[in-house]
Design a protein around this ligand. Structure first.
Ligand code: AMP
Length: 353
């Protein structure tokens, strides 16, 4: 694990007038680039040949670096080039998936927005659960042994692979039958109670500078084929295809106003627990994936400790961000605003690791 001190040492060599917001071309890159531009910061995007047209077309990047493979970002010379450009990397879901949490922790010397120790807490399901329990969130029941399955459960696999291979089971027999079909090689899985209700994915931002948790926006993921099946449930009664949960898009949503206190408190408790578990704790954007039950209780089943793709709905601001800011404030822009504020206060080291 590269120590924070070592990253701060590199940051000390940066020209503060020439800070460049950099990210990998995928996921929320357009939003991050626009956010930097709106805040008057230089920006650059690292993208694969096939995606170049996207970033050329929208003309949001001051510089475009083409790579054959995202792992190239970890090469020494490539990293030196980014450091020479005074780059601050902004992590997002694909960034973490392509580079891998352990490579980011051990091999990425370029200063990154946020606290990289969070990656371990987010990607390891046991640690993630410990974090959510510490924050006193209500969680779905988990079954350590498949023999104990006594209700509808969801079987999940590690990593942010967009729900790939997840399956549902009602009993041990069904579990055995379906897991065999996947022909896994020693892969870890989690068996979790399937919570029935409506899903909400609130997008928060924690600023260590103001010590405030902001609720910037919210979405519901659109997932295939489960969201298609629900439209045909009557017709498909006897011949259901196996439900799958592969994310294909995002829908905007707001919650009933009476539910907002619960959501705000959950965000605050996640930040507080992170400070207790891995000081200085979570910095910047995060999302708690929840299901709201008919008793109007939020059950949390996952945390994403970085910008999530659902924020792409709100490049021009959301119903919530408009109440907080008198200007269009996306999560991408909020990240650049935090960096700018930290630069003004000479406290960049508080938000970079
Ligand atoms: P995840 O990889 O944990 O984000 O899960 C992918 C999708 O599966 C979610 O967006 C939900 O639609 C669904 N899901 C995950 N966990 C649960 C759960 N415990 N109860 C109900 N639905 C869930």
């Amino acid at each position: 694990m590269i120590h924070q001190r070592e990253i701060h040492h590199i940051l000390d060599g940066y020209d503060r007038e020439k800070i460049t917001i950099a990210t990998i071309g995928s996921h929320t890159a357009l939003q991050i680039l626009k956010g930097a531009r709106d805040e008057g910061l230089k920006n650059l995007v690292i993208c694969k040949r096939g995606a170049v047209e996207v970033y050329r077309q929208f003309r949001l990047a001051d510089e475009l670096i083409i790579v054959e493979n995202f792992k190239q970002v970890l090469e020494k010379e490539f990293q030196e080039g980014l450091i020479e450009r005074n780059a601050i990397l902004i992590p997002h879901g694909s960034f973490v998936e392509y580079l891998s949490p352990s490579s980011i922790e051990d091999k990425l010397w370029v200063p990154m927005f946020g606290n990289r120790t969070v990656l371990d807490w987010e990607s390891n399901r046991e640690k993630e659960r410990e974090w959510m329990e510490r924050a006193d969130l209500k969680l779905p029941e988990e079954f350590k042994h498949p023999e104990d399955i006594d209700r509808l459960v969801m079987v999940k696999f590690p990593g942010a692979k967009g729900g790939k291979d997840y399956f549902l089971a009602r009993s041990y027999d069904e579990f055995e039958r379906k897991i065999k079909k996947l022909q896994l090689q020693d892969e870890k899985f989690t068996i979790q109670e399937y919570v029935i209700g409506t899903r909400f994915y609130p997008h928060y931002f924690y600023s260590p500078l103001t010590e405030r948790v902001e609720l910037l926006s919210m979405d519901i993921r659109y997932e295939s084929n489960i969201d298609g099946i629900s439209r045909l449930s009557y017709i498909l009664q006897n011949s259901h295809p196996e439900p799958s949960f592969v994310v294909t898009g995002n829908c905007p949503v707001v919650v009933r106003e009476l539910l907002l206190p619960q959501l705000l408190e959950m965000g605050q408790r996640i930040v507080k627990a992170s400070q207790e578990l891995f000081s200085p704790g979570l910095t910047g954007p995060f999302c708690i994936e929840t299901v709201c039950t008919e008793d109007l209780e939020f059950i949390a089943f996952e945390i994403s400790a970085r910008i999530v793709a659902g924020t792409n709905l709100y490049i021009n601001g959301s119903p919530y961000s408009q109440l907080l800011y008198d200007e269009p404030m996306s999560t991408g822009r909020r990240i650049s605003r935090e960096i700018k504020d930290a630069l003004k206060q000479d406290s960049l080291d508080r938000i970079i690791y």
